[in-house]
Design a binder for this molecule. Structure first.
Ligand SMILES: O=C(O)/C=C/c1cccc(O)c1O
Ligand code: FE2
Length: 313
């Protein structure tokens, strides 16, 4: 077995809001299961599928997918800041093979990553410099989005390329299921917000950064208190998606349109693309089984929150 998979939701609100009784303990137990799974698998390298939240990838140049051959963490929401330990050679080989397979990815020698990449590295490995990583950005917020089928094909191409490395590769998908935190949208945005989404959002002042984060933290607190300012979580949709990922026939998801994601599960439910890519990568190595699967809807963190682990038979 050269590949194994872990998927986990992220939420920067985990460090700012305390959910109902027992919730944090159950999430921490699921994280501990994932860490034990990883320890037993003993990966040499991690391929990390993650989104961005208008911090590194903006509308001045928004690729659907990008393989980072080097990466810098921006340190939003008190997450780690600095150079991510990227396996440049593995990233280069994977990028070449994926292009060769006909999937048009971008590459970056200086990829800016936010909590979407950093939180899973901190939760699973204790930091951004503990294990060599190949970061793979998947656009999960900036419409228009391509079809889910392309995400599955990206995952499969990466799975084949990773399988050919002859190393033990853990694929990780970082992203929530249903959720709709208050991220701005370009359509209808004021000139100032539009400018941020196009380019200036990459260089926020400390005050602008703090204001941005406070708005999201307050939205989580309001939602938990029953004041709905964001689209509600959709646990039925989340469980259906998890069932399909566990079932192994990911082509079922090809019929799920981007519009249906947004309508049924909120604008950030596209982050589930990272889990689809991770499972698609694993599927290239043969039939797989889910080893552990945790799910809970957590309004305080604005997250349909899942943690899963899977390995080939
Ligand atoms: O403010 C952001 O950039 C994003 C916040 C957020 C909140 C809840 C769940 C998520 O997946 C997020 O990225
Ligand atoms: Fe997110």
């Amino acid at each position: 077995m050269t590949l194994a998979a872990v998927t986990l939701s992220h939420s920067p609100l985990m460090d700012f809001s305390e959910p109902g009784p027992g919730v944090r303990d159950r999430v921490e137990a699921a994280f501990a299961d994932a860490r034990a799974f990883i320890e037993a698998f003993a990966p040499d390298v991690v391929v990390l599928f993650g989104p961005d939240h208008y911090n590194g990838f903006l509308y001045d140049l928004m690729p659907p997918f990008c393989v980072g051959r080097a990466a810098q963490a921006i340190g939003d929401y008190r997450t780690a800041k600095g150079t991510v330990l990227v396996d440049h050679d593995a990233a280069a080989v994977i990028a070449e093979k994926v292009l060769d397979a006909g999937i048009d990815i971008a590459i970056s020698e200086s990829m800016y990553v936010d909590h979407g990449f950093v939180q899973p590295l901190q939760v699973l490995f204790g930091g951004i410099d503990r294990i060599p990583v190949v970061p793979v950005f998947i656009n999960c917020v900036a419409v228009p989005l391509g079809p889910v089928r392309r995400v599955r094909l990206l995952g499969e191409a990466i799975g084949r390329a990773a399988g050919a490395l002859n190393r033990r590769v853990l694929v990780v998908g970082s992203g929530g299921l249903s959720h709709d935190p208050p991220l701005p949208m370009l359509a209808g945005a004021s000139p100032e917000v539009a400018a941020r989404l196009i380019s200036t959002g990459r260089h926020l002042t400390p005050q602008q950064r703090a204001d941005r984060e406070r708005r999201v933290i307050e939205a989580g607190r309001a939602y938990a208190a029953g004041r709905l300012t964001v689209a509600p979580l959709n646990p039925e949709w989340d469980r259906r998606l998890l069932d399909i990922l566990a079932g192994g026939d990911l082509t079922e998801l090809d019929a799920w349109t981007p519009d249906s994601f947004a309508a049924q599960a909120g604008h950030s439910s596209h982050e589930a693309r990272t889990s689809i890519a991770a499972y698609a990568a694993l599927s290239t190595q043969g039939p797989y089984d889910t080893v552990s699967s945790f799910y809970e809807e957590i309004p305080d963190w604005i997250a349909g929150f899942a943690v899963t682990t899977a390995q080939t038979r």
